[in-house]
Design a protein around this ligand. Structure first.
Ligand SMILES: Nc1nc2c(ncn2[C@@H]2O[C@H](COP(=O)(O)OP(=O)(O)OP(=O)(O)O)[C@@H](O)[C@H]2O)c(=O)[nH]1
Length: 397
């Protein structure tokens, strides 16, 4: 599966950059990566998105849209053709899917993504998935003016900190309005809740590198599994492809949440044969150790922290992928994990697959829950958004 990954706005560009960084050469799933922003500083601070694919639009806008989502929608509508043309630098017509990344709460990504997603749907047949963060509650808090706020000092990562730090009083309202505009346009929306992943006392700018890596690791685990074996010697016994992902993600703007678990495992060579592409033989791995590793990772993926907390029993569909050195991928344990997922979700629409990684030194499991029932964080965002704002969002459409 080959994806066109498109970051829009500050968070979106950084997340697209992290996904490009997580794209392993053996199972490359990123066809092309793009970064679009009205703020040139944000685009230049990236490291993985090719320079030719970084594009600043709205030249007259200086320093971002500062949370003005209404203006963001206008800018998005005005520039959507320009942005879509930028994609011709890559190979959008052969993409299996588009991944549009943004941070909900801002005006640039949140304002442009709905128009861009709608345009991609008219131009191409491939599904368009949106990858998005939900704002943290601390962004709504008024910053204390101690005159020495380190978050306002320029750093290499953030050369132009917002004058008001990370205070985004409209973040939640903006998030809800953008989600409403994505409804019926995006095939699915994969969510990452910043609030749940931030540590106590941590600021978003301190945490964002870690958060983006966590999100990108999970996204890469799903899509790299569908990228085919390429140069590697081992094919999966149960292959999951782009059509399988499309079946599970759906096309009705369902919310997707991801769970992930890993466990290091011993290899015969202690890793010394990795460069030679050799791997542990089936005979040399104790069956009970392999079963235990698969069970443990599936349990961590299902019962650990999801990218968006929700009740798994509310999921309509689910995907389970288990990867690692082939000798550790116990088929029966994966089948049992699939049954567990069926029981946990109460859904019969479950797909599972294995992802042989001959050079891996750990077993991992990734679970994608689709069409999840009420996610408390989303419910809370919607209920706290004033009806006035939601009415206005309707009028804007
Ligand atoms: N996980 C994560 N979240 C981020 C990051 N940067 C910003 N956010 C979140 O994304 C939301 C939108 O921020 P940006 O992407 O900077 O906003 P923008 O789309 O560029 O829009 P404006 O700044 O209003 O022009 C914020 O409210 C944060 O919740 C990041 O690097 N990682």
């Amino acid at each position: 599966m080959q994806l066109e990954v498109i970051g829009v706005g500050g968070a979106g560009c950084r997340i697209a950059d992290s996904i490009a960084a997580a794209d392993s050469t053996g199972r490359s799933f990123v066809g092309d990566a793009f970064a679009f922003d009205v703020d040139s500083d944000e685009v230049t601070a990236l490291s993985e998105v090719p320079v030719a694919n970084r594009h600043r639009y709205g030249q007259t806008i200086d320093g971002g849209l500062e949370g003005d989502l209404q203006r963001g929608f206008s800018v998005g509508d005005a520039h959507v053709d320009e942005l879509s043309r930028q994609l011709d630098r890559g190979q959008p017509s052969v993409a299996d899917a588009f991944l549009v990344c943004l941070g909900l709460g801002g005006a640039t990504g949140g304002g442009t993504a709905p128009a861009l997603v709608a345009n991609l749907k008219t131009l191409y047949d491939a599904p368009v998935y949106v990858l998005t963060t939900l704002p943290a509650k601390r962004e709504l808090e008024v910053p204390t003016d101690d005159g020495d706020d380190p978050s306002r000092r320029p750093t290499q990562a953030d050369p132009h900190p917002r004058p008001d730090g990370e205070h985004r009083p409209l973040a939640e309202e903006n998030a809800v309005r953008t989600l409403e505009r994505l409804e019926g346009r995006a095939d699915a929306v994969i969510c990452f809740d910043n609030e749940a992943w931030l540590r106590a006392g941590e600021s978003l700018s301190e945490a964002r590198g870690r958060l983006n890596r966590e999100f990108a690791t999970r996204v890469a685990a799903v899509f790299a599994a569908t990228a085919g074996a390429n140069d590697e010697q081992v094919d999966a016994e149960s292959v999951v492809d782009a059509n399988d992902v499309a079946r599970i993600f759906g096309s009705r703007t369902d919310v997707i949440t991801l769970g992930y678990g890993t466990q290091d495992v011993e290899t015969d060579d202690g890793g010394s044969l990795l460069g030679l592409g050799l791997f542990t033989s089936k005979e040399s791995v104790d069956t009970s150790a392999a079963v235990s590793a698969v069970e443990t990772t599936i349990s961590k993926a299902l019962r650990g922290r999801l990218t968006l907390e929700c009740e798994p029993s509310g999921a309509d569909r689910a995907l389970l992928l288990v990867g690692g050195p082939p000798a550790w991928l116990n088929r029966q344990a994966i089948a049992d994990g699939r049954s567990l997922l069926e029981t946990t979700t109460g859904s019969a629409e479950i797909l599972s697959g294995d992802v042989p990684r001959p050079d891996g030194d750990g077993v991992f499991a990734i679970v994608a829950l689709a069409g999840v029932g009420p996610a408390s964080r989303l419910e809370q965002l919607r209920s706290e958004t004033r009806p006035f704002e939601r009415d206005r969002a309707g009028e804007d459409q």
